[in-house]
Design a protein around this ligand. Structure first.
Ligand SMILES: Nc1ncnc2c1ncn2[C@@H]1O[C@H](COP(=O)(O)OP(=O)(O)O)[C@@H](O)[C@H]1O
Ligand SMILES: [Mg+2]
Length: 383
């Protein structure tokens, strides 16, 4: 049995690290239980471990009395879907019929905007989104058992619903609803995850819309955390990874759990005599790149323009890691001024900004992919 994971969103067989994050979440829970609700948004790039952190936290607290964690994975779409999504997931988690919720909500006599399949009376004016959210959460909270229950809402991938509505709007709606509910002594704690750029998007717009939400950046694993995550589950299956291989995996994955899992997965398959040495790694790594190419990199590359590909080629082919604006302007025979290209490449997450005027490829595994496939070469114009 291969103990590693080829996909995101699947809980690992061995969960490593994240002690600080879990203790932060526990603190927020404790504070919320005592009547001073807190809310947090954990952000970071795809594969950094956001979903699994939520799963781990949910698992940790689910057996505490009067605590009700509900995970709400968000799907790309209309903000109006969020009402039914919240109701569906809470009904599920609390073992209550969905129709019972809607009956109660409806009996409050207000008109929730655009809930599919719901017969709302015409003569009641449409409730504002934040009041709708507030009423729905209030109805749910009142279903909870206990003297002082805590409802924990775990929203996974918040960027999916804020992208088309404008970043500040969704959060300010949630903020007003949560403030009202918390004032009315309902212990509701909000934990969301979001993409790497969720906060920079928001802060550009309305600062006050995010005051309630503490930003928390989820960082890569440390060497020892990664080492445990590879060595312990492999050993359980009778496979030993060389220390050299662990070091290579750390270096190349940069501690990103998704990459670590995909690389370890193929290494495990290539084990010879229950051992994974550098030779086995070298056989396995191109296969790991293939998996990542199919799932991530190919699509990312295809979204880039011819001009952007010149910059990708420059960065991939150089041994240098970080490039200044001047490097890019002088080196890559671009037709256009690089500023706009760089801006768009940042938005597409093809590159990241190290500091002012310093850029690098999004990560090392992506660089390996570009170097191996050299797609930019086939594309004609240069090299
Ligand atoms: N703490 C961890 N220990 C071991 N593996 C992890 C850990 N966190 C995440 N992973 C693995 O990394 C991959 C990506 O994690 P995920 O939580 O889906 O990332 P995100 O939600 O940020 O995209 C999954 O295969 C998961 O099993
Ligand atoms: Mg996720």
């Amino acid at each position: 049995m291969n103990p590693f994971r080829k996909r995101t969103g699947i809980f690992p067989s061995y969960f490593t690290g994240r002690e600080n994050e879990l203790s932060e979440l526990r603190d927020i829970y404790e504070s919320t239980r005592q009547g001073a609700a807190e809310h947090i948004i954990v952000y970071g790039p795809k594969g950094i471990g956001k979903t699994c952190l939520l799963l781990k936290f949910q698992d940790e607290i689910k057996n505490i009395k009067e605590v009700y964690p509900v995970r709400i994975p968000l799907v790309e779409g209309n903000f109006d879907d969020i009402y039914s999504l919240i109701v569906d997931k809470c009904a599920d988690a609390l073992h209550i019929k969905v129709s019972h919720f809607w009956d109660k909500i409806e009996s409050l006599g207000f008109n929730i905007p655009m809930v599919a399949g719901l017969n709302v009376s015409r003569n009641i004016p449409t409730t504002s989104p934040s009041v709708a959210i507030e009423k729905i959460l209030k109805t749910i909270y009142e279903e909870l058992n206990g003297e002082n229950p805590v409802l924990i809402l775990l929203f996974d991938d918040l960027q999916r619903i804020i992208s088309d509505t404008g970043p500040s709007k969704v959060l300010s709606i949630l903020q007003s609803a949560l403030v009202e509910l918390n004032l009315k002594r309902m212990n509701i704690m909000f934990v969301a995850t979001g993409s790497h750029d969720i906060f920079s998007q928001i802060q550009d717009h309305v600062d006050s819309a995010v005051r309630l939400f503490e930003p928390y950046e989820l960082k890569p694993l440390t060497f020892n955390e990664l080492r445990d995550a590879v060595v312990i589950p492999a050993k359980k299956e009778g496979v030993i990874f060389d220390e050299d291989v662990i070091e290579i995996i750390f270096e190349i994955s940069e501690g990103i759990p998704y990459y670590m899992q995909v690389i370890a997965y193929k290494c495990f398959d290539e084990a010879v005599g229950s051992k994974v040495g550098v030779k086995e790694f070298e056989k396995a790594f191109p296969q790991s790149l293939n998996i990542l190419a199919q799932r991530e990199f190919k699509g990312m590359y295809e979204k880039s323009t011819t001009e952007e590909r010149k910059i990708l080629a420059l960065m991939a082919e150089s041994d240098k890691e970080v490039f200044s604006y001047a490097d890019i302007k002088s080196d890559s025979n671009l037709k256009s001024e690089p500023s706009n290209l760089l801006k768009r490449m940042l938005e597409k997450n093809l590159i990241v900004k190290k500091e002012r005027g310093k850029y690098k490829l999004r990560d090392r595994v992506f660089k390996e992919y570009l170097r191996k496939t050299k797609l930019y070469k086939e594309n004609g114009t240069f090299l």
